[in-house]
Ligand binder design. Structure first.
Ligand SMILES: Cc1cc2nc3c(=O)[nH]c(=O)nc-3n(C[C@H](O)[C@H](O)[C@H](O)COP(=O)(O)OP(=O)(O)OC[C@H]3O[C@@H](n4cnc5c(N)ncnc54)[C@H](O)[C@@H]3O)c2cc1C
Length: 383
């Protein structure tokens, strides 16, 4: 059994076993997938077959209507541990389904949920853009898109992309969410020269030009500005933090195996570093678990939005620091030899180093500080 998702995860025995099996296969293939021309397409076929793509939908084990955030975070961590690029795309899929769960009309939800369950459609959320970002212009039959998105993870394999852009909708202006059918977008709109990163190559996070795509009302999600609704907008950071920690867990595991293989575990300096790695990893797991519990409790109560955002911001930044420390200790443990192919650590370090760069890391810390300055609040154990 893969550690990480089994504990407390109430998925049916068969599903649990098959998710574990799929994650094992994904981990074993990660080095090949990094250079595969189809990216992780196979991996998402397997994730559909074992039920992971629909796991958060109504009636499924981690149904968004149930308080299952700690379990969802454990699943995200396990996918990230298997392959960080797959984890990134899977997290985008889960995020999109969550936005649909929160904001879409009943007809839209049914339509898109059915596509996931029956066809294994993969969803992605692409909000990041450069100066040539998205705007929507009213047209006789809907809205015409102009502009591009950057960092579109899974651009070549995502079927439905939730993107965002400026709209003027009957006088109501703001940041509009909309779903694009990627099959209807010409393939050459994906700029394949735009993705030459240090790591996370298999996430295929290309720049995509959506200009001239015609979107109808039925594919617009919610009213302009809804995307920025709190606490959901900021508190969602705990989901990518979970994937990050999965990468750190993989590094910890491979570091230990490497030291065992070379019979270097008797050395007290190595033992001290192993201690540092494992205590950091455990701290991260505790933060994540607590973040998941607060998320379920406070979203249901609607009472602690600012505290939830502060805790999520701290979880994200503490886990960033934990990942950096684990990588540093792992580097010293294995040395140059261990950071060369065919050792997995070569790719794992590149992937995690790159993936840790998420938006506004400094502003996130300042925002958490602001919360404590403005509120007389401590996070007690009453959970
Ligand atoms: C692997 C990967 C996959 C991704 N996939 C997606 C995706 O599917 N969808 C999506 O929407 N996005 C995606 N993103 C983008 C992600 O959400 C962030 O937008 C992106 O990582 C921003 O990182 P950056 O380091 O370039 O940010 P920057 O904002 O450039 O930050 C870099 C540094 O500059 C500082 N800084 C920022 N602004 C200023 C300023 N005005 N003055 C001085 N300093 C400043 C920051 O605090 C930070 O220290 C992905 C990113 C990665 C790495």
């Amino acid at each position: 059994m893969m550690p990480g998702i089994t504990e407390d995860l109430p998925i049916k025995k068969t599903s649990e076993a098959s998710i574990n099996l799929v994650l094992k296969k994904i981990a074993e293939r990660a080095a090949v997938t990094e250079h595969h021309p189809n990216g992780p397409a196979e991996e998402f076929k397997w994730l559909h077959e074992c039920g992971a793509l629909s796991i958060v939908l109504p009636g499924h084990p981690l149904d968004f209507n149930l308080p299952k955030t700690p379990q969802l975070l454990r699943l995200l961590k396990a996918v990230g541990k298997a392959n960080l690029s797959v984890g990134r795309i899977f997290e985008g899929h889960v995020n999109t389904l969550y936005l649909i769960h929160l904001y879409a009309e009943a007809e839209q939800r049914e339509r898109w949920y059915r596509e996931v369950e029956e066809k294994g459609h993969l969803f992605g959320v692409w909000n990041t853009q450069a100066a040539d970002g998205i705007s929507l212009r009213a047209d006789a039959s809907g809205f015409r898109i102009n502009g591009s998105k950057t960092f579109c993870s899974g651009a070549e394999i995502v079927n439905r992309a939730l993107i965002s852009g400026d709209i003027d909708r009957d006088g109501e202006k703001g940041w509009q969410l909309l779903i694009v059918n990627m099959e209807d977008l010409p393939q050459e709109r994906i700029d394949r020269k735009s993705w030459k990163p240090l790591g996370m190559k298999a996430s295929g996070s290309y720049k995509v030009d959506f200009s001239d795509y015609l979107i109808s009302e039925k594919d617009l999600v919610a009213r302009p500005g809804t995307y920025l609704t709190q606490p959901y907008f900021n508190a969602g950071a705990i989901r990518f933090a979970a994937v990050h920690l999965g990468g750190a867990e993989a590094i910890a595991q491979h570091t230990l195996s490497y030291l065992r293989e070379l019979k270097r575990t008797e050395d007290p300096f190595q033992q001290m570093r192993i201690y540092n790695i494992m205590s950091e990893l455990t701290t991260g797991q505790l933060w994540l678990n607590r973040a998941g519990k607060y998320y379920d409790k406070w979203v249901a109560a609607g009472s602690h939005d600012q505290a939830l955002i502060a805790f999520a911001n701290m979880t994200r930044t503490v886990i960033e620091e934990i990942c950096l420390k684990i990588m540093d200790e792992s580097n010293r443990c294995v040395g140059a030899r261990g950071l060369m192919e065919p050792f997995e650590l070569e790719r794992l370090h590149r992937d995690l180093t790159f993936y840790l760069r998420q938006p506004a890391p400094d502003a996130t810390r300042l925002k958490a500080a602001e919360f404590f300055i403005q509120h007389d609040f401590t996070f007690d154990d009453d959970i």
